[in-house]
Design a protein around this ligand. Structure first.
Ligand code: HEM
Length: 288
């Protein structure tokens, strides 16, 4: 007998609570899959392994810091034992992201279910992902191509309230910024000095970097306050002050955590409903 949809999703919640959330990595993992899904559709193609000559998305440069795939593998394995072929890897990711935000103190929202998993994954497609060096018009263009507004851009960038970044993602701002400035003039000078000491030009530790904000395990609105103080890590974060519309939402979310939570939940539903998959994978790392 095929287990019912509802039964299987309840099983998934139990499984998350049994072991996934005991892992500190899950929230980081599931949140940073947002960016790949945004630009490819929420079809879990980012979980597929490279095979033969095909280098998969997860091995493309912007996704190199994605980790803790084992957490999703464990959830999928336990689920398949009870509910074979019902819950897609894409739905597992979307639900994990939702619960991870909630368990970090953030908002909760209803995740529409029934996504299918994709059958292709190409590293080259990660080139379409926005880069941390993007300016405001490049960011707005990337988001509007996916029917996401300026408000969605500012709200979703708030995902940078959690987690960690390697030096390579913000090095452009602290060394050889342009012909006239070594350091990005839109970066607070004392913050720039701190980042330079963490990321020296020479003898830098392999995993060196900085947390996205000082409260990097709490889903709060500190990120927007940092932007207003010119203490945001990426050019793409600071750039949100460079258009009147995005600046308005930065100020709004800095002033009201509730306004941020409401907007984030709405934008997440919008973003994660972009889906183009074809199957429910048995193993999240391989197509059926
Ligand atoms: C606006 C376009 C975006 C750009 C350019 C961008 C860029 C980046 C970069 C470069 C990193 C650091 C990678 C590293 O050095 O290890 C990062 C990390 C992260 N991003 Fe984004 N991102 C964007 C949007 C988003 C969205 C929409 C979310 C979620 C809603 C998100 C959530 C995260 C999280 C949680 C991390 C931390 C990952 C970790 O700790 O390993 N980002 N992002």
């Amino acid at each position: 007998m095929i287990a019912s949809f509802e039964y299987c999703y309840n099983e998934l919640l139990d499984i998350f609570f049994l072991f996934a959330f005991s892992s500190h990595h899950l929230y980081i993992y599931s949140l940073c899959h947002f960016l790949p899904i945004l630009f490819k559709g929420c079809d879990a193609s980012v979980l597929l392994n490279s095979k033969g000559n095909n280098k998969a998305e997860k091995d493309g440069p912007p996704n190199i810091s994605l980790h803790a795939f084992y957490v999703i593998d464990k959830a999928k394995k336990a689920l398949e034992a009870k509910c074979p072929g019902v819950v897609s890897c894409a739905d597992i990711l979307a639900l994990a992201a939702r619960d991870a935000v909630y368990l970090s103190g953030g908002p909760k929202w209803d995740v529409p279910k029934g996504r299918k998993d994709g059958r292709t994954s190409k590293a080259i497609e990660t080139r379409q992902l926005p880069a941390p060096t993007f300016n405001i018009s490049q960011l707005q263009q990337s988001f509007s191509q996916r029917a996401l507004s300026a408000k969605d851009l500012v709200a979703l960038s708030g995902g940078h309230t959690l987690g960690f970044s390697h030096c390579s993602s913000f090095r452009n701002r602290i060394q050889n910024f342009n012909a006239t400035h070594d350091v990005d003039p839109s970066l607070n000078p004392s913050f720039a000095t701190k980042l330079k000491s963490i990321c020296p030009k020479k003898n830098q530790a392999k995993n060196a970097g900085a947390t996205m904000d000082p409260s990097s395990t709490a889903f709060d609105n500190t990120y927007y306050k940092l932007i207003l103080q010119q203490n945001a890590l990426f050019s793409s974060d600071q750039a949100l002050l460079d258009s009147p519309k995005t600046k308005y939402f930065v100020s709004k979310f800095a002033a009201s955590q509730k306004a941020f939570y409401d907007a984030f939940a709405k934008s997440m539903i919008k973003m994660s409903s972009i889906n183009g998959g074809q199957e429910v994978r048995k193993d999240c790392r391989k197509i059926n």
